[in-house]
Design a protein around this ligand. Structure first.
Ligand code: ZN
Length: 195
C-alpha cells in the first residue's frame, strides 16, 4: 500500500494520523521542505528492494515506481529539476549503476522534467547510517556532498530522489548543500521509508 500523505508527517512521512510535522522533525533542522514517500518498508518489500539495489534488478525498481504513477504525476507541479542522490565514483563502478538514477528516470518519464546527475556529487564513501548512533551519524556525513555546478541549481525547485528513507539525515545533508548553492527549495522523494 502506498503511504497516505494525509495521515503522515509532511517532512518525513512518519505515520501521525494527521498531516502535521512529527516530534522528530520539529526537534531538528531539516533542510528539505517536504518529503514524498512511496511505500512503508515491509518484509514483503524487503526482497524487492534488495534485488533492485544489490542485484541490479532495475526492472523491480521500475515496476514499484509504476505503482506510484498517480502520486508522482501529482508532484510534477512542485519541482523543476530531478536530482538523484549520488553515490561515489567507486561505488558506481562496483555496483554498475546508481539505483536512485533508475528511480529518477521513471519520475522523468512520468513528469517530463529533466534530471541532473552532474551537479550534486558524493565526495567520499560513508559507513551505513543504520550502524551508527546519532552523533556518529552526523559526523559520518560532514562534507560528504558537494555541488559542482551551482549555476544549474540556482533558483531551481529540486526533487531529490532516494531509494530508502530511514532517519532522513543523509537527504537532509544533501539538501543543505543544494540550498546553500541557492536552490529555491528541495523536496525529497523516496521509494520507501522505514515504518
Ligand atoms: Zn517527521
Amino acid at each position: 500500500m502506498p503511504i497516505d500523505e494525509t495521515k503522515s508527517c509532511p517532512l518525513c512521512g512518519r505515520s501521525t494520523g494527521i498531516p502535521l510535522e512529527c516530534g522528530v522533525c520539529t526537534s531538528q533542522k531539516r533542510y528539505f521542505s517536504a518529503g514524498h514517500f512511496g511505500f512503508f518498508f515491509s518484509d514483503r518489500l524487503r526482497d524487492a528492494l534488495l534485488a533492485f539495489k544489490f542485484r541490479q534488478r532495475k526492472d523491480v525498481g521500475r515496476f514499484l515506481m509504476g505503482l506510484l504513477r498517480e502520486k508522482v504525476e501529482r508532484l510534477s507541479e512542485r519541482f523543476d529539476l530531478i536530482v538523484p542522490l549520488p553515490v561515489t565514483e567507486s561505488r558506481l563502478r562496483e555496483r554498475g549503476f546508481n539505483q536512485t538514477y533508475v528511480l529518477s528516470e521513471e519520475i522523468a518519464r512520468m513528469t517530463h522534467k529533466p534530471i541532473d546527475c552532474q551537479s550534486l556529487v558524493k565526495t567520499r564513501e560513508t559507513k551505513d547510517q543504520y550502524t551508527l548512533g546519532r552523533e556518529a551519524r552526523m559526523r559520518n556525513l560532514i562534507g560528504v556532498f558537494a555541488v559542482r555546478d551551482p549555476e544549474v541549481i540556482e533558483d531551481c525547485r529540486i526533487l531529490l530522489v532516494d531509494d530508502l528513507f530511514t532517519t532522513g539525515a543523509t537527504v537532509s545533508e544533501a539538501s543543505k548543500v543544494l540550498v546553500r548553492a541557492k536552490a529555491a527549495r528541495v523536496e525529497v522523494f523516496a521509494l520507501a521509508r522505514t515504518p
